[in-house]
Write a protein that binds this ligand. Structure first.
Ligand SMILES: C[S@@+](CC[C@H](N)C(=O)[O-])C[C@H]1O[C@@H](n2cnc3c(N)ncnc32)[C@H](O)[C@@H]1O
Length: 693
């Protein structure tokens, strides 16, 4: 049984971990672990790693600097003068990285499209908090990150880092500074960083550093990050990227022509035209083949497979009207004759030979021709650091694209073109792999749009994970007048409309497997936890009593089952937000079964102990080998029960299902300590991890 979860939310915390770890009499079950309601602290993880490698440098749980120096010998630079970028507030950044969050992501079904089927995700909220929340479930799962952060032009607004000096509780209070509609207010923590404000560059660096640091943990080992930037912070960004990702992982700086029209206002007239922007590219670790050459021409991909040979499909019919009329090219093949106005593309002998050689495939009764990858020899272009407009398109075109979808009242001055993003995506992801691409400064959601389009062109399976704060639209601005309250609303509406547009364009396209195209997305919003948090700074006995009373039921008022379910998935499950969820009921108790594939197959097959079960976690397939008898039961799944009453009958059902982990509410045992103790004992002997919240 894999125990060791920390007590996170409730009063057991008072007893401390020491008491919890004390040896217990043989035959007596330990109490179930409580779900840790906090996000992962990357420093803590690093410290654990260090402890494994250098146990000798730890004294009473803390790192002894002198001992570390001795262990590393000459590897340690003890010179006070050293190379590196420093700014006002840099040390604070590390405190922020370390601070955990208890916030959660609440599902918003009404704003989503195909919530239960889609694997695309949009999260509304401050990306620092969101990155922290995702540390547990998305660590090493993201194949590519593309971000387009504020360039720090003097007109950009972002979360102001000077506020970080507050105490955590004040910060949380302040995070609640919202207007009646729940929007962030400008006098809260979202402010403009103008050039005459003190610490102009430091503010930007302090905003960026913790986000990039946390983002790195989410990247897969073979993952790549692309960061767009302008002249303003280009040199500073390079320094912090080198520091966080390592100079040796720098893959290049792409320069692309963002504007073709000259700017003739203000001082722009008196300096060279700044028509280019940059994209820094870093890999997480060296991996051969991380970066691919680009397929020239039509971005051909080969989505179909015939005995291991990849192929694409194209039409083999032509118009049979006007100058194209050829009566000898209208003939019957395998019971099919081209309809009026159409003919075969070649003569009868050629078509029959192609058919004989396996080059013709019928889909929905229509003939198509197969082009095999190994025969076509697609041409590949090197990826050049100077990106031609053909590969990137321009910002002006990006804005026109957005106009086409939302009308011209979206209020965005600069929008990235989908072509730029899709070229970057193609360079390091494969259409057939289920790669996740993240953008945590997603603005109008160009990245989501680019991925849906790319998938539709190539029968791809890439998924997006976009994060955007609810930045309020200016009340006198065009977007507000057009009905958008926040930039996040603009992003969500773009995804909805782009999805519909692509679907329409795909209608009638037989070369494409429409059922596989994911044009939906799940919306989540950053919110406070659904569970009451145990205050660590209780000072008086009265406060303690009040806290104990509050914790008789630690579920906050108004917390919905699905809200709690996703919070538990994020904080205490090995699955991610795309886990397949099946709601079930047994003997009057409601519960959820989770598995990355259809949970009913995984669980049922598991309890019979007869089949080889595969469960998919992120991009890694986990195979559970078939074994005999009780031991052979497969448990690659979890059960979560949020019912407020649990019965013995239900506990027996869970034992029979034999999930890997079972989580339920502490209050579900009401005052029945005996049932709780027995459940803990039975779960332990059945090797089921048992957690309460
Ligand atoms: C330059 S824009 C991105 C534009 C986007 N690439 C596009 O094509 O539409 C940067 C976006 O980051 C958002 N942003 C800034 N700080 C953020 C934060 N802390 N969390 C989430 N989003 C943030 C801003 O609201 C803005 O929409």
């Amino acid at each position: 049984m894999r125990n060791g979860g920390e007590i996170g939310i409730q009063q057991d915390q008072l007893g401390g971990k020491m008491a919890k770890r004390a040896s217990r009499p043989a035959g007596k079950a330990r109490k179930p672990d409580r779900v840790n309601g906090k996000s992962l602290s990357p420093q803590k993880e690093l410290s654990e790693l260090l402890k494994c490698r250098f146990p000798e440098v730890f004294v009473e749980g803390k790192i002894d600097g002198d001992k570390l120096r001795q262990s590393l010998g000459e590897e340690l630079d003890t010179n006070n003068e050293r190379y590196g970028l420093s700014w006002a507030g840099k040390a604070e950044c590390f405190r922020h990285i370390q601070e955990t969050t208890t916030a959660t992501l609440r599902p918003r079904r009404s704003e989503s499209v195909d919530f239960d089927k889609t694997e695309n995700i949009f999260i509304e909220g401050d990306n620092l908090e969101v990155l922290k929340i995702l540390q547990k479930t998305y660590q090493n799962k993201i194949k590519m990150i593309y971000i387009d952060p504020p360039y720090n032009t003097g007109n950009d607004s972002f979360i102001y880092p000077d506020r970080y000096k507050e105490e955590k509780e004040d910060y949380e209070l302040r995070a609640g500074i919202k207007d009646a509609e729940g929007l962030l207010t400008k006098d809260g923590f979202w402010r403009k960083n103008s050039k005459d404000a003190g610490h102009f560059h430091s503010n930007w660096l302090s905003m960026m550093y913790p986000r990039l640091f946390l983002a790195k943990n989410l990247l897969r080992e073979d993952g790549v990050i692309f960061v767009s930037i302008g002249d303003e912070e280009m040199s500073n960004l390079r320094c912090i990227m080198d520091e966080i990702f390592g100079e040796e992982n720098f893959l290049g700086m792409i320069t692309w022509k963002a504007r073709v029209k000259p700017v003739n206002i203000g001082d722009a007239k008196y300096r060279p035209q700044r028509e280019v922007e940059y994209v820094f590219v870093y890999q997480k670790e060296y991996h051969e083949g991380v970066f691919q050459r680009l397929i020239t021409g039509s971005m051909r991909t080969y989505p179909h497979d015939l005995n291991g040979r990849k192929y694409r499909l194209a039409t083999i019919l032509k118009s049979n009207r006007g100058a194209n009329i050829r009566s000898t090219m209208v003939f019957e093949l395998d019971g099919y004759t081209p309809p009026d106005g159409q003919r075969w593309q070649a003569g009868e002998d050629v078509i029959r030979q192609l058919h004989h050689d396996g080059y013709i495939e019928f889909r929905e009764g229509t003939p198509l021709i197969r082009y095999f990858e190994d025969e076509e020899g697609a041409e590949h272009d090197p990826f050049y650091c100077f990106m031609e407009v053909d590969w990137s398109s321009t910002s002006e075109a990006g804005k026109n694209q957005l106009n086409e979808i939302l009308g011209d009242r979206h209020g965005f001055d600069t929008v990235k073109p989908t072509r730029l993003v899709s070229t970057l995506v193609q360079s390091c992801t494969k259409s057939s792999a289920e790669d996740i691409i993240m953008d945590f400064f997603s603005g109008s959601c160009t990245t989501a749009h680019a991925i849906m389009s790319l998938n539709s062109e190539s029968s791809g399976n890439r998924k997006f994970l976009c994060v955007q704060i609810a930045e309020p639209c200016e009340p006198d601005g065009e977007a507000f007048k057009a009905g958008f309250s926040t930039v996040a609303d603009i992003g969500k509406e773009r995804i909805r409309r782009a999805g519909k547009k692509i679907k329409k364009e795909m209608e009638g396209n037989l070369t494409f497997d429409k059922n596989r195209l994911d044009l939906g997305f799940k919306v989540f919003r950053l919110e406070e936890s659904n569970f009451k948090q145990w205050r660590e700074n209780v000072r008086t006995g009265e406060e303690l009593k009040e806290q104990m009373r509050m914790f008789v039921d630690n579920v906050k008022k108004g917390a919905g089952s699905e809200d709690m379910l996703f919070e538990i998935i994020l904080k205490n499950s090995r699955f991610d937000l795309n886990v397949k969820i099946e709601k079930q009921s047994f003997a009057g108790v409601d519960y959820y079964r989770l598995a990355t594939e259809d949970p009913s197959t995984t669980l049922r097959a598991g309890s019979e102990g007869t089949e080889k079960i595969k469960a998919v976690s992120g991009n890694k397939r986990i195979h559970h080998e078939e074994k005999e008898g009780h031991e052979g039961k497969t448990n690659a799944n979890e059960i979560i029960c949020l019912d407020t009453k649990i019965t013995k009958k239900f506990v027996d059902k869970v034992l029979e299902e034999k999930p890997e982990r079972f989580t339920c509410l502490d209050i579900a045992f009401k005052n029945n300590d005996q049932l709780k103790t027995n459940t803990a004992l039975q779960m332990e002997s059945a090797k089921i991890e048992f957690k309460v919240i």
